[in-house]
Design a protein around this ligand. Sequence first.
Ligand code: ZN
Length: 217
Amino acid sequence: MKIRFFLGIVQHNRAVALAVRSFHVVLCEQLKQVTLLRECLKHLRYLEDLELELPHLTPSRWGHLLRDLQFRHLDLLQTNAPHMVIAAFPEYHVNVAFLSIEACGRTSMPCTLDGNQLPILCDVSGPFGCVSALVQNNPVSRVTACQSPATQPIPAFVLVSSLSTSTACLTILELELSPMDFDVLECLATSTPALTALKLIEVQAPTLVLFHWIHST
Ligand SMILES: [Zn+2]
């Protein structure tokens, strides 16, 4: 459905706008109608599920899209928004229990989600560094953590120790690991006593370019 068409509906039919609980915008190309989408979102005050996958949108346009929007009943947020934009959400979205995020792009600095508090957050999915930052401050019991495709896979014992504040109450865990990581089950057996479901996915290290020196004699 065209965003402009949907905006026309919610602008002229308040009952429809207030009845929408789940709203998903998943695009393959860059969004050109940021202001129109923002106008739509303004009308959807009772949203419980929000998915926004908007490729190639700059941080400033993400900020323009979501600035000061409030969904007091929001329970699930799935997005590829920059984490500095997501980090502004918790103040108004304390009911978020399910959060799925993509790479934050920060490698040397801590994730901007570090320190954010969502009092009923129980399920987090995203890059390992950002997920562990959220786990430190929130009552998370279900974790899906993926590795960075640009670096060597982080070993299991490092992953699990970084989730240490919640490993005792983790019930569902999904991790990406190197196929050479043989200690993972032993590590999890001692650290995650409440675990009821475990999914391990093998990921390869970035392709190594090998140089062969040719010696002439
Ligand atoms: Zn992050």
